[in-house]
Write a protein that binds this ligand. Structure first.
Ligand SMILES: Cc1cc2nc3c(=O)[nH]c(=O)nc-3n(C[C@H](O)[C@H](O)[C@H](O)COP(=O)(O)OP(=O)(O)OC[C@H]3O[C@@H](n4cnc5c(N)ncnc54)[C@H](O)[C@@H]3O)c2cc1C
Length: 482
């Protein structure tokens, strides 16, 4: 820990570095002020320093372009001057990717947030990267269409951030990750050149499909400026159902049965373990446990229906749920009767951010485990955690329909390295992934580089060098360059 004098001296040093950077940015971007807003590092404030993971970055100047041309010109000039940059959307990321490091200029997309067009015949929407996910969802619905990507952070995360992280969320089971909803992309390369393939067509095999490289690259290969998104038919009716069971085996049987019974109507299969439900509903008072603490697992189903006669869908859903409850030997089935009841069930599931914040010091895992391995892998992780410290608090929930498990481990006083090694060892052993949907960012970069094969990392580094040889954009996110 630093003494007061040392920390005062360190702050002074970083303040003076920040003001040098402010002055440099103003000089380099001089003349662009009509289409760019620049906040100096003292004015910008913590909103641009810290993402949801709590990763706290340096004080940095923030450049906020209002047009794509201004974004490209600013990046070109900053690149020419050898300045490091990091792209920012809504800062809801959970791996510290958007938090600026010392000497990095923030490029925020927040003013480039227009929804430009909605094409009803083609079922596409053209948007600027800073539009929030919620704005896109609402605009689609206004046109009688549906944008299926959905995350708890919908009100703050942006389309650009979703694309950069290839965000997953609640409906991957049926509609895929963000990648599956992107038809076209306009990207500013790290040197300021614009790559624009704003295709509104499903089929485009002209050359390499470069957009796939940018999607999920976490702001390391280019800055997403605009996108064409694919929309879906708007369901006529949606059912939210909570199912309570005692064993993980029943959860997995329910998943298989729901897939069989509902087919494409099954658009979410979310699971909350008892530890998560108790913490969120009872201790934090968010949402309501429909089974009053009596079930080991609460499964949340979303069923999306399209029949012109809603009563036919309703009858079909009721029949199937009766079968399900009989085959799982559970009486615990609750169907939301109104939008507000559905919202209350989802509120509990969406409260993962609040849960993390109230847990004290914690480690957050966002892992994929093949569904058939869950019953072996998870008990090994829990046994390992108990062996490290039986008092360690853990909360488990996730998009189980995709084998995506989120695990929050309260690790006050317990060795974080030991916990991380244990979880990742077991996940890798099961054939899973250490990042299901949040990405690697800065937070998981060391683990990623330690656990993944050298040939794979080398191939990724070669791609990075091809786009950004000086590593000026999103440096050290995902991996470092030697
Ligand atoms: C309560 C809560 C629930 C969440 N649920 C989910 C979930 O279910 N599934 C899921 O996948 N994630 C989830 N997240 C994580 C987060 O919301 C997503 O990662 C989201 O896609 C980040 O978007 P953002 O605009 O906030 O990006 P930011 O946090 O601003 O940035 C994230 C990364 O993307 C880069 N970036 C941002 N914008 C651009 C751009 N225009 N061009 C290039 N790079 C860019 C940044 O440099 C950074 O590396 C959740 C977060 C919270 C707080």
């Amino acid at each position: 820990m630093l003494s007061d004098n040392q920390s005062y001296a360190a702050n002074k040093r970083s303040d003076s570095k920040a003001s040098d950077l402010d002055a440099a940015v103003l000089r380099i971007l001089a003349g662009l002020s009509d289409n760019i807003s620049i906040l100096d590092s003292a004015t910008a404030g913590p909103r641009y320093q810290e993402d949801w993971s709590g990763a706290f970055g340096a004080r940095s100047p923030v450049v906020r372009p209002r047009t794509v041309a201004a974004l490209a010109e600013a990046v070109r000039r900053l690149h020419e001057a050898g300045m490091r940059m990091v792209a920012q959307g809504g800062m809801s990321g959970l791996v510290g990717g958007g938090a600026p490091m010392q000497d990095e200029v923030v490029i925020s997309l927040e003013l480039l947030n227009r929804i430009e067009a909605c094409d009803l015949y083609g079922a596409t929407m053209t948007v600027q990267a800073g539009a929030t996910l919620q704005a896109v969802q609402e605009e689609a619905e206004r046109h009688g269409l549906f944008y299926p990507v959905d995350l708890g952070s919908r009100g703050s995360c942006t389309v650009g951030g979703n694309i950069a992280t290839n965000a997953g969320g609640n409906r991957v089971l049926q509609y895929g990750m963000t990648r599956a909803s992107v038809l076209g992309l306009e990207v500013v390369l790290p040197d300021g050149r614009l790559v624009s393939r704003m295709g509104r067509v499903a089929k485009d095999n002209a050359g390499y499909d470069l957009k796939q490289l940018f999607i999920g690259s976490e702001g390391t290969l280019g800055i997403v400026a605009r996108a064409v998104l694919k929309l879906q038919p708007l369901p006529r009716q949606r059912f939210t159902v909570a199912l309570g069971v005692e064993e993980l085996d029943q959860v997995l049987r329910a998943l298989a049965a729901c897939r069989g019974q509902f087919g494409p109507m099954l658009t979410s299969f979310e699971v909350m373990w008892r530890d998560f439900v108790d913490f969120v509903a009872r201790e934090l008072g968010i949402g309501r446990d429909p089974f009053g603490g009596r079930c080991g697992y609460v499964v949340l189903l979303e069923l999306s229906c399209y029949d012109r006669q809603p009563e036919r869908d309703e009858a079909r859903v009721m029949d199937a749920l009766e079968d399900l409850s009989a085959s799982l030997s559970t009486q615990h089935v609750v169907i939301a009767k109104s939008l507000s009841e559905a919202a209350e069930l989802w509120r509990m599931r969406d409260a993962s951010g609040e849960a993390a914040r109230h847990l004290g010091p914690y480690l957050s895992f966002d892992v994929s485990i093949p569904t058939s391995e869950l019953q072996d892998c998870l008990p090994r992780i829990y046994a390992g955690l108990d062996a490290i410290d039986p008092a360690m608090r853990r909360l488990t929930y996730g998009h189980l329909g995709d084998g995506n498990v989120h695990l929050l481990v309260g690790c006050q006083g317990s060795p974080a390295d030991g916990v991380e090694n244990l979880v990742y060892r077991e996940v890798m052993r099961s054939g899973g992934s250490i990042s299901a949907e949040h990405g690697i960012g800065l937070e998981k970069s060391q683990s990623f580089q330690r656990l993944y094969p050298a040939a794979e990392l080398d191939a990724m580094r070669r791609v990075k060098r091809a786009f950004d040889p000086g590593a000026l954009l999103g440096r050290d996110r995902i991996f470092g360059l030697p």
